[in-house]
Design a protein around this ligand. Structure first.
Ligand SMILES: Cc1cc2nc3c(=O)[nH]c(=O)nc-3n(C[C@H](O)[C@H](O)[C@H](O)COP(=O)(O)OP(=O)(O)OC[C@H]3O[C@@H](n4cnc5c(N)ncnc54)[C@H](O)[C@@H]3O)c2cc1C
Length: 241
């Protein structure tokens, strides 16, 4: 594991704008002798430079494969007037950013249950995508189900990446759930928490992973723990707000 007290100088290798408000940034350790080692599910702390005083620190879940030691990938969602958001959207590529980490203890639980359910919103996909790409060779036969909440068709991203996972995993299904789709959208509408009823977690050994919007996480936990008496130790969550 890397040293969480050390400051890592990371070079921006590539920027991919998936939508106007979702930006992927691929980072590499500036010093080839230095390595940033993390486990899937962890996050890094970005040091956002401030005009005066200390940098502002913001957490970002790592979206890449845990076997990679020389860098990592992050998915940023733009927050209006946000300090980190403004900084990240000012990047052009080739800059050096400072990070500490890794932090966090929301790991993929092993040995896994027969069914794994991912519920995420916005860039909450990052943590779940890291689990999937990091564990797919080890657990190719698990039933993986993902419900991925975004607002409109224009907010959909990572379709190509999720399709690639579908072709590699026997039992992986994913669904975009749109809260404000256009009239022509024939897929799932509403919020991810409304689709719990589609999942057979009462008769199949299941672990839930929840990531992103805090309101979504609260509602899902309320349904599962308070109403369905689902064991809370089988629910792992990371709230972004
Ligand atoms: C463990 C952890 C992991 C995280 N991982 C990610 C990640 O992978 N990708 C990612 O994009 N974000 C992630 N976040 C959120 C991230 O740390 C920042 O909070 C977010 O990017 C906003 O920072 P900012 O400096 O741009 O906004 P700030 O300057 O902190 O906030 C500006 C204004 O926006 C409001 N605000 C702050 N956050 C949000 C939000 N998410 N939605 C709506 N309004 C908000 C604030 O209340 C404030 O009024 C994570 C948070 C945690 C705790």
């Amino acid at each position: 594991m890397s040293n969480p007290r050390a400051i890592y100088q990371m070079k921006v290798l590539k920027i991919i704008d998936h939508t106007p408000i979702v930006r992927e940034v691929i980072l590499q350790c500036l010093d080839p002798q230095q390595s940033f080692q993390f486990r899937a599910g962890q996050f890094a702390m970005l040091h956002v430079p401030q005009p005066e005083g200390k940098p502002a620190l913001r957490a970002y879940s790592i979206a890449s494969h845990e076997a990679q030691k020389d860098g990592f990938t992050l998915l940023f969602k733009y927050v209006e007037n946000g300090k980190a958001s403004q900084f990240v959207w000012s990047l052009k590529g080739d800059e050096t950013l400072q990070f500490t980490g890794p932090f966090g203890k929301v790991f993929f639980q092993e040995p896994p249950t027969e069914q794994i359910v991912f519920l995420n919103t916005g860039t909450g996909l990052s943590q779940h995508y890291s689990y999937l790409i990091s564990k797919k060779e080890q657990y190719p036969n698990l039933k993986f189900k993902m419900y991925f909440g975004v607002r409109t068709e224009k907010d959909i991203y990572y379709e190509k990446e999720l399709e690639a996972l579908k072709s590699q995993l026997k039992n992986f299904e994913y669904h975009y759930v749109l809260s404000r789709p256009s009239e022509s959208w024939t897929g799932k509408k509403g919020y991810v928490q409304h689709f719990l009823k589609e999942i057979d977690y009462k008769n199949t050994a299941t672990t839930f992973y929840l990531c992103g919007n805090g309101g979504m996480i609260k509602e899902v936990k309320n349904q599962l723990i308070e109403i369905d008496q689902f064991p809370k130790e089988k629910i792992w969550s990371e709230a972004f707000d």
